[in-house]
Design a protein around this ligand. Structure first.
Ligand SMILES: NC(=O)c1ccc[n+]([C@@H]2O[C@H](COP(=O)([O-])OP(=O)(O)OC[C@H]3O[C@@H](n4cnc5c(N)ncnc54)[C@H](OP(=O)(O)O)[C@@H]3O)[C@@H](O)[C@H]2O)c1
Length: 307
């Protein structure tokens, strides 16, 4: 394909430039935005780039120039690479405020798809938390608000539906991060219409393949995948090991890309949201949203490599 050849040549040139000119801003070497795979949100048909950005811990920093600098570069790399979806939460310390500040500083407010959460009990507290999120994120509406870890789900989903009807929220969802909660997520989905489910799924945590992801695919529910690296635990299993030759068949050039491509090969996945505070890791993760995805045989090899 001429496009792929062009992209590979361009990437090689950019990498050579990066090595030769380390003083240039690293986000200049971001992935080609036109090549980033997108998938539709089933409830609307709106397309989302498959690589998003988590902010738990990584964006929980002080709001001063020195602390914001690397994250500023992460965000520029992300947006310049054609990505949009940023996932945050009121319970992630300063992450919402840092995200809002960085979007303002980089003048990219209109470019992001902002997802946050509600983790409160009772309607009033939920509403207060939502208002605080708007303030911290420096916006008057949010793309996606999710009930965090199924806390007071019914009350908060009712509130989110009202906010959606008022145009303050575009999509609503629910989240969890442990496999033992997948049945609870399914039980809510059977009773409550939502646009998105956020769940844990990775080479090391494959329970979602059995029922949750197929259910979402069958019922037109978008899925966001958290903990793709099980924090950095999965990557530590292959530390120092060379990438196997077969990785080339997926166009992956790093272990992190293999882990993300493994997830994206599941067609029930809408987007994956790895977290990072490192601009180079951000560029690396964006590359996973380009090129070929592994077939069943290659997926088995990826699992084997991390076992
Ligand atoms: N209940 C929930 O709703 C829930 C629960 C868990 C997570 N989440 C969401 O999902 C997001 C992702 O999950 P997570 O933050 O727990 O873990 P994760 O994305 O699996 O792992 C993050 C770690 O991976 C490292 N990393 C990222 N890209 C890398 C690369 N290319 N090469 C090497 N290392 C790399 C990061 O290192 P550096 O720090 O050095 O960059 C960071 O330590 C969260 O940030 C949050 O937005 C939601």
């Amino acid at each position: 394909m001429p496009n792929r050849r062009h992209f590979i040549q361009r990437s090689a040139t950019l990498l050579a430039l990066a090595a030769a000119a380390p003083w240039l801003p690293r986000f200049a070497f971001a992935a080609d935005p036109t090549q980033l795979l997108q998938r539709a949100i089933p409830s609307s048909g709106e397309k989302l780039p498959v690589i998003g950005l988590g902010t738990s811990r990584t964006f929980d920093v002080r709001l001063d120039d020195a602390s914001l600098k690397p994250l500023d570069e992460v965000l520029r790399t992300f947006i310049n690479g054609g990505a949009r979806l940023i996932d945050t939460a009121p319970s992630y310390g300063a992450s919402e405020a840092v995200t809002g500040e960085l979007l303002k500083r980089t003048n990219t407010q209109g470019k992001a798809f902002l997802a946050t959460k509600i983790s409160a009990t009772g309607r009033e507290r939920g509403m207060a938390q939502f208002e605080a999120s708007l303030k911290a994120l420096q916006t008057d509406k949010l793309d996606l608000v999710q009930v965090h870890n199924l806390q007071d789900t019914r009350t908060q989903l009712a509130l989110l539906r009202e906010l959606k009807a008022q145009g303050k929220v575009r999509y609503i969802g629910i989240t969890h991060y442990i496999e033992s909660a997948h049945d609870d997520l399914l039980a809510v989905l059977a009773q409550e219409p939502v646009d998105f489910v956020q769940l844990n799924y990775s080479v090391g945590e494959r329970n979602a393949e059995k029922r949750l992801l197929p259910y979402c695919a069958d019922h037109g529910i978008a899925t966001l995948i958290n903990r793709p690296f099980q924090r950095a635990q999965l990557l530590s299993r292959v530390k120092g090991r060379a990438l196997p030759d077969w990785a080339m068949e997926t166009d992956a050039t790093s272990w992190a890309q293999l882990l993300l491509k493994f997830i994206l090969a599941n067609q029930a996945v809408t987007a994956v949201i790895p977290a990072t505070s490192n601009p180079r890791y951000m560029a690396d993760n964006l590359q996973a949203g380009q090129g070929r995805l592994p077939d069943a045989a290659l997926r088995a090899k990826i699992v084997q490599a991390f076992t």
